[in-house]
Design a binder for this molecule. Structure first.
Ligand code: ATP
Ligand code: MG
Length: 445
């Protein structure tokens, strides 16, 4: 029984107090991305396992340790997506988007699955907002993608967050670097973890991303890729920095960022918060010029980022930044008898078609019990409807915050009520009647 009443380890429910705020965040992310020209793409939750093996890289932690992989009833090896880029590239190729106007700018919001050790900011099911831009090798694109992440973070009011950038070069400059790394790690071979020992031959750069404390310490004094960049990669990196400087985006160069996935080339970046400790990377991304070709497509330079919305919300909570959630009930209409209930249901129906959140009794409760309920759900206004009100065709509406009551005609009640709420909101923030109030003042955001 215990299994049935508990969510699976590393997964979590999001309850109604949070979902409205989450939806606000999600809409904000898409709105900002849209202003940069990114359009949403939706891809399946699962893909052929091979896509991630090829796309994310055989030597990565994600592929080696973290994937949810199973055979379906047809004997196919299926994997729940651990990230969004591989699926986006697959869709880009499958639908021939390389024939569209380039650069093609895609964005998505998706749940990802990784079998990791659950802890604060690290879950087995988590949500990522991501963007991908296909078909441009220009450093302007790198700067634009970074600027998008930066605008999101600024819009949300997140502070104490650092943009760290690095260049991990191209396959050409990496050849020499791999040799230097191999030589360095060979010297300390005895201390490396088992996984990194294997990586030493196949992909020594992966050792730099190992989470084991010993490997981390050894990596701390390894040679730096930035010292091995070829002229073109160096120029590209300089140009990215100049674009960022011109946009006034602050960054630090962290020559130790290599990123967890194999497909990155040249620019890599992370937004790291100091507010939530070791799971502080809220956004990570970079360029992956070889990936589209690697997955069987035409040579297409590309880049993008993934942003963990769970970590974003954690940082915001830590910094006391609240988001507007769902509106509570605007008005609760309490009928005193069946006749009034028939009328109340018709009135709330009109109110709702006008976009007002209205409720009435659907549980056959006493007036006292109804008022208690209205209070619990945070109704902004209440009205009691009985035979007198029906006879007079008018009802007193009570503003629950001020206690003030106003008689409104039951005829076209929705319009009268709307006017009342607008006037109340305007006087609340000191705007004269008739003036257009500032939305953010009304909603406190
Ligand atoms: P980390 O180094 O923290 O493991 P990563 O390099 O594996 O991160 P990416 O694959 O780049 O992460 O994913 C992009 C973003 O997705 C991360 O910056 C983070 O915000 C979020 N993310 C990654 N893994 C998890 C997880 N298990 N739980 C919650 N968010 C995650
Ligand atoms: Mg990871």
């Amino acid at each position: 029984m215990a299994l049935i009443t508990k969510a699976v380890k590393g997964t979590q429910d999001m309850l109604p107090e949070e979902t409205g705020k989450q939806r606000f965040l999600e809409n904000t992310l898409f709105d900002i991305a849209e202003s940069f020209g990114f359009k949403e793409v939706r891809t399946p939750v699962f893909e052929h396992t091979e896509l991630f093996q090829r796309g994310v890289g055989e030597t990565t932690d994600v592929v080696q340790k973290e994937m949810y992989t199973f055979d379906d009833k047809g004997g196919r090896s299926i994997t729940l997506r651990p990230e969004g880029t591989a699926g986006a590239v697959r869709a880009f190729l499958e639908h021939g988007m390389f024939n569209d106007a380039l650069p093609k700018k895609l964005c998505y919001l998706l749940n990802c699955y990784r079998y990791e050790k659950p802890q604060a900011g690290r879950w087995r099911e988590f949500q990522q907002f991501g963007v991908e831009m296909f078909g441009t090798a220009s450093p302007a694109a790198d700067a634009e993608v970074i600027s998008l992440a930066d605008q999101i973070i600024n819009f949300l009011g997140i502070k104490e967050i650092e943009l760290q950038i690095n260049s991990i070069g191209c396959p050409e400059c990496r050849k020499k670097y791999h040799e230097a790394l191999k030589e360095y790690f060979e010297g300390r071979k005895g201390e490396l973890c088992g996984t990194c020992l294997e990586r030493l031959d196949k992909n020594p750069m992966r050792i730099l991303d190992c989470k084991s404390p010993v490997c981390k310490e050894i990596s701390a004094s390894s040679p730096l890729i930035i010292d091995y960049l070829c002229d073109e990669c160096r120029e590209h990196f300089e140009a990215v920095k100049t674009y960022l400087d011109n946009m006034g985006i602050l960054y630090t160069v962290n020559p130790r960022i290599v990123r967890g996935l194999d497909y990155y080339t040249r620019t890599v970046f992370e937004f790291v918060s100091t507010a939530i400790g070791s799971q502080g990377t809220v956004c990570g991304g970079g360029r992956y010029d070889g990936l589209v070709e690697e997955l069987g497509g035409p040579k297409t330079p590309a880049l993008g980022f993934g942003m963990g919305t769970g970590r974003l919300r954690m940082v915001m909570e830590e910094q006391g930044i609240d988001l507007p959630g769902d509106t509570d009930c605007d008005i609760y209409i309490a009928p005193m008898d069946l006749e009034a209930s028939y009328r109340a249901m018709a009135i709330v129906s009109d109110l709702r078609s006008g976009g007002i959140s209205a409720q009435t009794d659907v549980a056959g409760r006493s007036l006292k019990a109804q008022m208690k309920y209205a209070d619990k759900i945070g109704a902004r206004y209440t009205a009691v409807l009985g035979s007198n009100e029906l006879a007079e065709n008018s009802v007193k509406v009570k503003n629950m915050a001020t206690g003030e009551t106003t008689a409104l005609s039951l005829e076209d009640f929705d319009e009268h009520f709307l006017r009342l709420t607008v006037n109340d909101a305007a006087s609340n923030i000191g705007v004269d009647e008739g003036e257009i109030p500032n939305i953010s003042d009304i909603f406190g955001f």
